[in-house]
Design a protein around this ligand. Structure first.
Ligand code: GLV
Ligand code: MN
Ligand code: MN
Length: 421
């Protein structure tokens, strides 16, 4: 049970945290359809590096030690009093969706920095070190899938597993990472991986529940499973005016058959299952030519491992039996099983919220997060704060300075608690 030092709570600055978020939101600023201020800052780009330099300058100003690993994960370390004690790790990611908001990911990094700054300014010594991490490529927007940095840290995959993944311009992850590492060659290097004592990630909820239920803090109980696939259909081009329909190998028509069959497979009267086709490429993409190629993505999620495995494994056979004329290739590119967070962290979050007079709600996460890959390494958990209308991956994404400050205060208390165990 935590009893938070009042000076720690007072040392968390709502204005400083908000100002930092707004400074960072200038890097990659975009305007949404209704004029909302969003951000497009893809990973391993010059903008990403500019944002990192800003965060590094704040961390160095605080006296934190900065280091990077071979996949570009960035660590900002506050020392503990006990030499060799395993650190408490906190953080999130700094990359955004192409049409993203100002808070998804970056708030978890800035909240970690704010919490550490408050701990230092309050003169609180912690037994364990606290490290703030910014994971590389959580979003998977430029290079799919997401969570590459945390997967590599957790040795779930080797760091070079995605070297050949190309972005929309044909630049590979391997090339972008090499360029990025050269640009950050002046930073101290650390080995990939580690064995933290615990991991805590602060994030906006990205869903509507906390706001609807009037809760200040989400005590995140776990994360549902996700599987990502790419489907490629290969037919034959033909003249739209002359080729008889019966002789065509029309990739668009086969895509419609495939998605219709998948919609039937994924029908869930309880509305728990999430099935999304979010990206479709058609070639040659002209109105008077029958398309010979279609490539579409599948994002499938479920909290129940058995459903995730059974329905996910049924995707390829369902597509194969639905298409009539095209050759089919189905490639799975992300496979994250559902996880449950550890009571060490969930209880610490709930206790800290209660001790600060904040209302809290235990909720699972529908979005995936780097925390998913920390679960096998150490007791892990997350802190959510409400976001307006539950909107995220959208420039309209918004949490108030006060909601974010409440989250940072809970994070500061949780980090202090865990770092003294
Ligand atoms: C993370 O951005 C997700 O898609 O859940
Ligand atoms: Mn995120
Ligand atoms: Mn996101």
């Amino acid at each position: 049970m935590s009893s938070t030092a009042p000076n720690l709570i007072a040392a968390v600055s709502e204005a400083r945290q908000w100002d930092r978020l707004m400074e960072l939101a200038k890097l990659g600023a975009i305007t949404g359809a209704d004029g909302e201020p969003g951000v497009n800052r893809a990973c391993l780009t010059p903008l990403d590096r500019e944002a990192r330099r800003l965060v590094i300058s704040w961390a160095e100003g605080l006296g934190l030690t900065v280091s990077v690993d071979e996949i570009g994960n960035l660590f900002l370390r506050h020392e503990g009093t006990e030499a060799g004690a395993a650190p408490v790790l906190t953080g999130s990611h700094m990359d955004t969706q192409p049409n993203g908001g100002r808070f998804d990911g970056i708030w978890g990094v800035i909240a970690g920095l704010e919490a550490v700054q408050a701990i230092r300014e309050a003169g609180i010594a912690t037994r364990r070190p606290i490290e703030v991490v910014a994971w590389t490529n959580e979003e998977g927007g430029r290079f799919a899938p997401g969570c590459m940095g945390s997967m590599a840290y957790a040795h779930y995959k080797p760091a070079n597993a995605w070297d050949a993944v190309a972005d929309a311009e044909g630049i590979t992850f391997g090339q972008a990472l090499a360029e990025h590492r050269a640009a950050e060659a002046g930073l101290t290097h650390r080995p990939l991986g580690g064995k933290p004592f615990a991991y805590v990630e602060a994030h906006i909820e990205q869903g509507p529940r906390l706001e609807a239920e009037g809760a200040d803090i989400g005590v995140v109980t776990g994360i549902q499973g996700s599987r990502w696939f790419i489907v490629e259909l290969r037919g034959e081009t033909a003249h739209a005016g002359t080729a008889p329909v019966s002789l065509r190998k029309d990739a668009v028509q086969d895509m419609i058959r495939a998605i219709t069959a998948l919609n039937a497979l994924m029908t869930d009267p309880t509305d728990v299952l999430r099935f999304t086709v979010g990206q479709i490429e058609v070639l040659p993409n002209t109105s008077n030519t029958v398309a010979d190629r279609v490539r579409f993505t599948i994002d499938f999620r479920h909290p129940d491992k058995d459903v995730l495995l059974a329905n996910g494994d049924a995707i390829e056979p369902t597509i194969r039996s639905a298409v009539k004329n095209c050759e089919v290739t189905v490639t799975e590119r992300f496979h994250a099983l559902p996880v449950e967070f550890d009571a060490l962290v969930t209880d610490a979050v709930e206790d800290a919220a209660t001790a600060q007079g904040l209302s809290s709600l235990r909720i699972p996460s529908g979005a995936f997060h780097d925390a998913q890959f920390m679960v096998p390494l150490c007791p892990s958990g997350m802190i959510f704060v409400p976001c307006r209308n539950g909107v995220s991956h959208n420039p309209a994404e918004y949490s108030t300075p006060g909601q974010l400050a409440a989250g940072a205060r809970v994070l500061a208390a949780v980090l202090t608690d865990l770092a003294n165990r």
